[in-house]
Design a binder for this molecule. Structure first.
Ligand SMILES: [Zn+2]
Length: 238
């Protein structure tokens, strides 16, 4: 993997000059006997209030070629590994949405907002909450085929469909609506950024994950099981 000259910290968003041996560390393990190579890159954010560690790993096979504009230019010492079978940033973990929600059952636009909310969480809880709230609204509209309106009215509509939506879900949606200064804002103005704490933003994401499961993933799984049952019933007895 390549080592960037200018790197952006995924935790605090600080942009800094990546200097090998100072705030970025690159390590290559390779064993011709096992035809295996592993390249790890560790960035340590130099921002005084952050200092958090980021770890990425590439694993593949030999041959490995060094990157660098000049021979021995260790400031740009990245490596290209052939036949890469693993390439991931393993720290920080909670930057993107959980991949189990990136499925056909979850509409792409909904996943995108949820994913963005997760990515922004460590950088700006307020921005994260704005995406998370928009995501929740899209979920409500998609699931119940509602025309865009005020979130408050949408929640009222859901609570009137008795038996269909659990009371806990209504309460969760209501708590998101009331969170921070949202209640004092024009209901659908997602351009307005409210001051939200990390814990509050995290809470909205947790709510999204439970409801995503409940409304989109679980029904699709039930359909699959019903299909399996039908196939069994239609099977001709020998
Ligand atoms: Zn940082």
């Amino acid at each position: 993997m390549k080592i960037e000259n200018v790197h952006r910290c995924p935790y605090c968003g600080y942009m800094y000059q990546a200097i090998l041996g100072q705030n970025v560390y690159s390590n290559l393990f390779s064993d011709p006997g096992g035809n295996i190579a592993l390249h790890s890159v560790i960035y340590i954010c130099p921002h005084i209030a952050c200092k958090k560690i980021e770890v990425s790993v590439d694993a593949g096979m030999i041959p490995v070629s060094a990157q660098g504009k000049i021979e021995g230019d260790r400031n740009r010492m990245g490596y290209d590994i052939s036949g890469v079978f693993f390439s991931e940033r393993i720290l920080p973990r909670d930057v993107g949405g959980k991949p189990e929600f990136k499925v056909a059952e979850v509409p792409e636009v909904i996943f995108r907002d949820y994913d963005e909310a997760c990515r922004l969480l460590g950088v700006s809880p307020s921005a994260s909450a704005t995406y998370a709230r928009r995501c929740l609204q899209s979920m409500v509209r998609k699931k119940f085929k509602l025309k865009p309106g005020k979130f408050q009215n949408e929640i009222k509509t859901l609570s009137s469909v008795s038996g269909t939506v659990k009371q806990e879900v209504i309460e969760a949606l209501e708590s998101v609506r009331r969170m921070g200064r949202f209640r004092a804002m024009p209901e659908d103005d997602v351009r307005v950024i409210a001051e939200i704490t990390y814990a509050e933003a995290r809470k909205i994401i947790d709510i999204i994950e439970v409801i995503l499961c409940d409304w989109f993933v679980a029904p699709a799984e039930q359909d699959k099981r019903a299909g399996a049952l039908r196939a069994i019933l239609e099977r001709k007895s020998a």
